[in-house]
Ligand binder design. Structure first.
Ligand SMILES: [Mn+2]
Length: 406
């Protein structure tokens, strides 16, 4: 069987703003790629919607988005199993199985958007449940608050069904994939992922990736739209995965027409406002010197320090954002370090460099103590210190008693 694996459409993202169309356009390309590739099943790894309660406008666009799937005729009997209870879904077109993500999470007594879509016959929603289609079993755990995710995974304890093809679908942060300066937390490591599955898919992280972990095949489909604006997203293109369950091979297909995303870091040292604005202008002019089919998204992170007496709030960025507004969607992140804080760090570093060795400190202490005794300069403290540190206490005592006799 050929399955298309998609994730993080974030439908409704930037509603009412300049980029409001992008989530629908790029999700539509993702579904089109799945259909063109003759996928027999669509697996979605969460954050189909950007909001836990999508607007009516988003719902309407979503049903339009899924309409082409109905034309893809297929006989799809999907059997969902949760807590030992089975439920059958008969699709007359390509079936879709999905988990909900962190963005669709709602309280226990409320229906989430994916449950609504299941009731509407659009897809099968899984949360600590499985869906069987032919000889493929999809095991799905929807998004769980990160701190509880590992416990939830252990408690659910999914086991691959023997004689079947098994895919595990999650929507969590994974420790190894988080850059050290990332504010996202994670409780699950790659080593915590259960063995025996033919494939493990994880949504939530918006860049695509593929790993082979001692026979555990692991993929991040990534999002179809840039929302988090992380550096890694600027380095990988958006797309979908195709998985051939028989051969086990996976293939990444790139969305043909996606908005370009640039991410740049500019570092300063005690810079004046003019210098920062000048560098920004230079960087933006260089990035946007050629024309793009769609306005690219540009994120610039300003780092380092400003000159003494300047606060990052003194930097007026609106004019420059507006100046390039016709060519790109620019966002500038002020992430300067406070000078006084930077100074303290520098002092600490200097202190560490000048730090005396333990031996030097010990000798200093011995000399100080000796100066307060009657021995004073009666012997070479350094020599004695070396003897003492070598454990030759007897020799020191002998020499001392000799020197006392003199
Ligand atoms: Mn997401």
């Amino acid at each position: 069987m050929k399955a298309a694996i998609l994730s993080d459409f974030h439908l409704g993202f930037a509603e009412g703003r300049e980029r409001s169309e992008e989530c629908f356009e790029q999700a539509s390309q993702a579904l089109q790629l799945a259909l063109e590739s003759k996928a027999e099943l669509i697996i979605h790894a969460g954050d189909l919607f950007d909001d836990d309660v999508p607007s009516q406008e988003t719902w309407e666009r979503t049903f339009k988005l899924f309409a082409p799937l109905k034309a893809a005729k297929a006989s799809g009997l999907v059997v969902k199993e949760k807590d030992g209870k089975k439920q059958e879904f008969n699709f007359s077109h390509i079936p879709m199985v999905a988990i909900h993500g962190t963005h669709e999470c709602r309280g226990r007594d409320f229906k989430n958007a994916l449950e609504v879509l299941e009731s509407a016959g659009v897809l099968v929603h899984l949360h600590a449940a499985t869906a069987s289609i032919g000889d493929l079993v999809v095991h799905g755990l929807s998004g769980i608050p990160e701190k509880k995710a590992l416990d939830a995974l252990k408690m659910w304890n999914p086991k691959p069904l023997p004689g079947k093809k098994n895919v595990l679908v999650l929507h969590q942060s994974i420790k190894e994939f988080l850059p050290f300066d990332d504010e996202m937390i994670a409780s699950i490591s790659l080593a915590d992922l259960p063995s025996g599955f033919d494939l493990i898919v994880n949504g939530h992280l918006h860049w695509s990736d593929e790993q082979d972990l001692n026979g555990k095949k692991f993929i991040l489909p990534g999002s179809t739209v840039v929302t988090q604006m992380k550096k890694l997203e600027s380095e990988r293109q958006k797309g979908i995965y195709l998985w051939d369950t028989e051969s086990g091979s996976t293939e990444f297909k790139v969305l043909p027409n996606q908005r370009k995303f640039f991410y740049k870091k500019l570092e300063f040292k005690e810079a004046g406002l003019e210098q920062v604005l000048g560098e920004l202008e230079k960087e933006l002019s260089a990035l946007l010197s050629k024309n793009f089919e769609q306005k690219p998204v540009v994120k610039i992170k300003l780092k380092g320090t400003l000159a003494k007496g300047l606060k990052q709030g003194d930097l007026s960025l609106k004019p420059i954002v507006e100046k390039f507004g016709g060519k790109a969607i620019v966002s500038i992140d002020r992430a300067f370090t406070d000078v006084s804080f930077a100074k303290k760090l520098e002092e600490l570093r200097a202190l560490q460099k000048s730090k005396k060795s333990i031996t030097a400190l010990g000798l200093e202490l011995l000399e100080k103590n000796l100066s307060q005794t009657s021995f004073k300069n009666a012997f070479d403290a350094r020599e004695f210190f070396e003897l003492l540190s070598a454990g030759k206490v007897d020799e020191v005592v002998e020499r001392l008693s000799k020197s006392q006799k003199v």
